[in-house]
Write a new protein. Structure first.
Length: 287
């Protein structure tokens, strides 16, 4: 199943599940994900039966009795065929909604012994998008990796400005110096004319390299901004019942605090349930 979703992983091309020509056409025209869906429809054609209402024009497609045991109301689909114009229309209208032929039309084609689809049914929306990659003629390196791409240059400059800004914001003197220098650089930068670069260049594009020597103060120890302190979580901490050991009941009984009657000293009851009268033992001992 993995080679169906990505043609270039396990196999050079995706494996076919049938000998029908329209499945091979779908593999050539569709992108990988849509071809996988189309292949599931091809596999599902074995569940359906085709009845001919009018030869070469009208067909009724429905599931076989074996595949409708659990269905409350089996459905039937009407397919209209125009062999001269190679037009196929199903009442489910899946092609009009999704741009993908339904299983009912495919089953009708099998019934007609016609295994080839016209190219008009493979719409451009589901075809693979061609991504042209411009490479340097000398080094054979993609242009976007050599600094000739505007987005790459912008990201590189942004990173440099972030490093410089972190150094310049440490005190007011550095900040004022940076603002003045940036204004000067901006005025000098506008004097350089902007020319549209040719993307299909045949010469080697110089690679932009930012070295450590361009920022001599970056290696010194400075007071860098630290992360803020983490605020402790508010509220009562939750009891981690899952991490506690399950204590046996016998151990709970042994460690349970014993009661003591303050009147008679017995451990069987407390003072409230004691049957002896306070001072009775003292009076008996005096006699």
């Amino acid at each position: 199943k993995g080679n169906l979703k990505d043609k270039n992983k396990a196999q050079e091309v995706a494996l076919l599940h049938s000998t029908y020509t329209f499945e091979k056409q779908a593999r050539d025209f569709y992108n990988t994900e849509i071809f996988y869906r189309f292949q599931q429809l091809v596999k599902a054609t074995g569940r359906y039966v085709a009845d001919e209402v009018e030869k070469g024009k009208v067909y009724v497609i429905y599931k076989s009795e074996e595949h409708t045991k659990d269905e409350v109301r089996p459905r039937k689909y009407l397919v209209l065929v125009d062999m001269a114009q190679e037009n196929y229309v199903c009442i489910c209208a899946r092609y009009q909604k999704d741009g993908l032929l339904c299983v009912h039309v495919l089953r009708t084609l099998i019934q007609l012994n016609k295994h080839t689809l016209p190219e008009k049914y493979f719409i451009d929306r589901w075809r693979p998008v061609e991504r042209k990659q411009v490479r340097n003629a000398t080094t054979f390196i993609p242009t976007e990796l050599t600094g000739s791409n505007c987005t790459l240059r912008y990201n590189l400059l942004s990173k440099c400005f972030v490093d410089v800004a972190s150094e310049g914001c440490l005190n007011l003197e550095r900040t004022n110096y940076m603002v003045a220098e940036l204004r000067r650089i901006k005025s000098e930068l506008r004097k350089i004319p902007v020319t549209k670069e040719n993307e299909n260049t045949d010469y080697e594009v110089p690679t932009l390299i930012v070295q450590q020597k361009d920022f001599p103060d970056s290696g010194k120890d400075t007071d860098l901004l630290k992360n803020p302190d983490v605020v402790p979580r508010k509220g009562r901490p939750k009891n981690m019942q899952k991490s506690r050991r399950l204590v046996p009941y016998g151990e709970i009984v042994r460690t349970k605090k014993k009661i003591t009657c303050s009147t008679c000293g017995s451990h069987e009851h407390n003072r409230a349930t004691c049957t002896k009268v306070p001072g009775e033992e003292e009076s008996i001992s005096k006699k």
